[in-house]
Design a protein around this ligand. Structure first.
Ligand code: NDP
Length: 257
């Protein structure tokens, strides 16, 4: 049977690829055969990751991109197209969290979270979809957009009001995009990770609050970046060609507990 998860010949763009889950997604897509545009603001880190991917036999490009800025988003898609071809797969991964009690959230805190996590996905998603739809209208393939949501788009914990709101809204954006873009060959799905250990949160999970949280996960352990590979490759590839508007949750059972 042909490998329906094979991404050879495809171009993927991953936002927020300079560290954490985004860097992992980029490596996984490259291993599956895709040419990968690594997009973020810290281009030094992107160059290092590009070197790593190329050393393993893959193809990558380091692309400067601030997802909150329309001109920067457009320029990043132009640069990707010039270097690697039209984007077939967009992973809207760039995201931030401000951890503060609701009463202490400033307007700037709120705007920074919503601008990055929600508006960023709108800007990059619209830019990708326009290009995918144009190609589809000329008889070519459309594309797949994967929005990285979170279990906190479907549940809440304290001190993350902006973050939880942004991820819930991102799920609604995913469904709205899927509804409108199906006819132009563009699939849009969300991948919702549970608690995944990355360099920036590992300290928290060793505090009493973090340990309590892990005990509440039915599988009683944190996820690792590679635990998201199955969901990512499913949504990126041809294997999910009849899936759009869905939320694929990878959380060790967190949401059913
Ligand atoms: P990190 O903080 O490790 O990485 C965030 C990435 O986003 C960085 O590469 C950063 O790059 C990029 N980024 C931030 N702001 C911008 C911007 N304005 N423009 C472009 N890139 C930006 O986070 P994680 O890897 O942990 O999280 C990645 C995604 O996964 C997020 O959307 C997060 O909400 C989601 N998620 C994470 C979970 C976890 O447990 N880790 C669980 C559920 C969801 P740079 O600073 O170079 O621009």
């Amino acid at each position: 049977m042909a490998n329906r998860f094979d991404l050879s010949g495809k171009t993927a763009l991953v936002t927020g690829a300079s560290q954490g889950l985004g860097a992992g997604f980029a490596k996984t897509l490259a291993e599956a055969g895709a040419k990968v545009a690594l997009a973020a603001r810290q281009t030094g880190k992107l160059e290092a990751l590009k070197g790593e991917i190329e050393a393993a036999g893959g193809t990558a490009a380091a692309i400067a991109m601030d997802v909150t800025d329309l001109d920067s988003v457009r320029a990043a898609f132009d640069a990707t197209e010039a270097e690697l071809g039209t984007v077939d797969i967009l992973v809207n991964n760039a995201g931030i969290a401000v951890t503060k009690p609701f009463l202490e959230m400033s307007v700037e805190d709120w705007d920074s979270v919503l601008d990055t996590n929600l508006k960023g996905c709108f800007l990059a998603g619209q830019e990708a979809a326009r290009r995918m739809a144009a190609r589809h209208s000329e008889g070519g393939e459309g594309g797949s957009i994967i929005n990285i949501a979170s279990v906190l788009g479907q549940s809440v914990i304290g001190h993350l009001s902006g973050y939880c709101t942004s991820k819930a809204a991102l799920i609604q954006l995913t469904k709205s995009m899927a509804l409108e873009l199906a006819r132009v060959g563009v699939r849009v799905n969300a991948l919702a990770p549970g608690y995944i250990e990355t360099p920036i949160n590992t300290d928290f999970f060793h505090t009493p609050a973090g340990e309590k949280l892990v005990k509440g996960i039915p599988q009683r352990q944190l996820g690792q970046s590679e635990d998201l590979d199955g969901g990512l490759l499913l949504l990126a590839s041809e294997a999910s060609k009849y899936m759009t508007g869905t939320v694929v949750t990878v959380d060790g059972g967190f949401l059913v507990a």
